[in-house]
Design a protein around this ligand. Structure first.
Ligand SMILES: [Fe+2]
Length: 485
């Protein structure tokens, strides 16, 4: 819904007016809550009215301030929620609506994009194009702004993203440009993220539907203890032991959770790179065995300003989604080292959507011009009888096509009419469109980011790789349960 500013708020007894100078935008959405952030040009008391319709019914108020971070609680999972901002009883914006995180296994669409700094026109165009796909939630893979310590950069960023973030809550992964001066003060100021990690909002996890997103911070700059346990001859990126310990526990918990069918990892700098002079980050590659052990299906990163999809040497899908407005990079082909496989890459502005439908996630990468750049589907195996007894009223809409349910201790396929059908394999994922796509001419801009300290070790491109084929990632091959008698 449009977020046009409607009116000026008037203080009683005077004509002191307030206008929105920031947001509103939404973050840290859960099944029952969301955080609303916004700013005013002059301090005033503020109120957010919210509820299932534009009649609202609930409200949260705040004392006079110029900037607000208000949590709306008591919401219903997967529900449409309306809200509207007020100051002095006068509305500051139109009615806006969003959806809370859905219950496990309900289908949803997630938007992913990154590296939106520098070219504001392209950034705005990407956000507008992505908005048309009607995502319910999104993840930003970092480098929101060019200079993290420059307030104006953040205000520009949110002026571009708030028209979508007002109705689509966003999770963010901090990038090297966002921290910039080292303390990431503005990032912490403007981002309200889960604090279930051990270093405030720098790394954390969230669960949205049946997808568990793990957001990592690969930049030790923001960690006051500066403990690099995996520093491997590169720039100052590393993971602290604290983050690694937290990650191990979070991965184990997610893998054991019967309501989580997909684990995705999001971070700014990825394990591989096709940019000349880069090869990716070894400390992230060190985590790949643990990712595989715990069922991580995909790693989505930014930092390298192009689109790329491939597989790690142990078969985990990775995507570089960094086409949000930063200067595009040409790719260096063939990027064969460290060992991994590149399915495709393209130098183009783009965004990515993830359509999550219970056991399968279909990823679509779309160019700024609207053409489909790449598609890929990944399916997980159902956790043993994770779905309650066949109760069609409790099953997600996707079960209408026939899905797995637990029936007296066995998995069986049941449609929503309650008619049991023979046990069937889940559908094969969508065909990989990459090989059918003819990459268009590169839209390459020079890289003005010469001072960006992102250099990594350069490895000759002729090192043979132990490449994992896509056939290892086709789809779930059944749940291993028996059909109900
Ligand atoms: Fe970066």
């Amino acid at each position: 819904m449009a977020l046009g500013v409607l009116a000026l708020a008037l203080f009683a007894g005077g004509l002191q007016a307030q206008t929105l100078t920031l947001g509103p935008y939404l973050q840290n959405v859960t099944e029952t809550s969301v955080v609303v952030r916004f700013g005013l040009d002059a301090a005033a008391g503020a109120e957010v009215r919210y509820g299932p319709t534009d009649a609202y019914g609930s409200a949260v108020t705040a004392p006079p301030a110029a900037e607000f971070e208000l949590r709306l609680d008591g919401l219903t999972a997967g529900a449409e929620i309306h809200y509207r901002l007020f100051a002095g009883g006068v509305p500051l914006c139109d009615d806006i609506s969003f959806r809370t995180a859905p219950p496990p296994r309900a289908p949803f669409r997630m938007l992913v994009l990154g590296d939106t700094r520098s070219d504001h026109d392209t950034h705005r165009a990407i956000v507008e194009a992505a908005s048309a796909t009607a995502p319910q939630v999104w993840v930003h893979t970092g480098d929101m702004v060019s200079s993290g310590e420059v307030l104006e950069d953040w205000l520009t960023f949110f002026s571009i993203e708030s028209p979508l973030m007002g109705s689509v809550p966003q999770f963010g992964a901090i990038g090297n440009h966002d921290e910039d001066s080292g303390d990431a003060a503005n990032y912490l100021r403007f981002y309200a993220l889960p604090e279930n990690g051990l270093a405030r909002e720098f790394y954390y996890s969230f669960t949205y539907g049946n997808l568990h997103g793990i957001v990592l911070d690969g930049h030790v700059n923001v960690d006051p203890e500066w403990q690099c346990v995996l520093r491997i001859g590169a720039w100052e990126t590393c993971f602290t032991q604290q983050q690694l310990d937290w990650l191990a526990a979070d991965l184990a918990a997610a893998a054991a959770d019967p309501d989580i069918d997909h684990i995705f990892v999001f971070l700014h700098m990825g394990p591989y790179s096709s940019k000349e002079g880069r090869s990716g980050y070894a400390q992230i590659r060190e985590l790949l065995p643990s990712f595989l052990d715990h069922g991580v299906e995909m790693i989505i990163t930014g930092h390298d300003h192009y689109y790329e999809r491939g597989f790690s040497d142990n078969g985990i899908a990775y995507v570089i989604a960094a086409g949000g407005g930063a200067p595009l990079y040409e790719t260096w082909v063939p990027p064969t080292s460290p060992p991994h496989s590149v399915v495709m890459n393209e130098t183009v502005y783009h965004y990515v959507t993830l359509d999550v439908d219970w056991l399968c996630v279909t990823m679509t990468a779309t160019r700024l011009d609207g053409s489909v750049l790449d598609t890929y589907a990944t399916c997980s195996e159902p956790k043993a009888c994770a779905v309650p007894e066949a109760d069609c009223g409790a099953l997600p809409p996707s079960c209408a096509a026939g899905r797995w349910v637990c029936d007296a201790g066995f998995c069986s396929a049941v449609d929503c009419e309650g008619i049991e059908e023979p046990l069937e394999e889940p559908e094969e994922p969508a065909a990989d469109a990459a090989e059918q796509d003819d990459p268009g001419p590169a839209d390459v801009a020079p890289d003005p980011d010469a001072a960006d300290p992102e250099a990594d070790e350069v490895v000759p491109p002729d090192v043979p790789g132990d490449v994992a084929g896509e056939e290892e990632h086709d789809a779930a091959a059944g749940c291993g349960c028996s059909a109900a008698a």
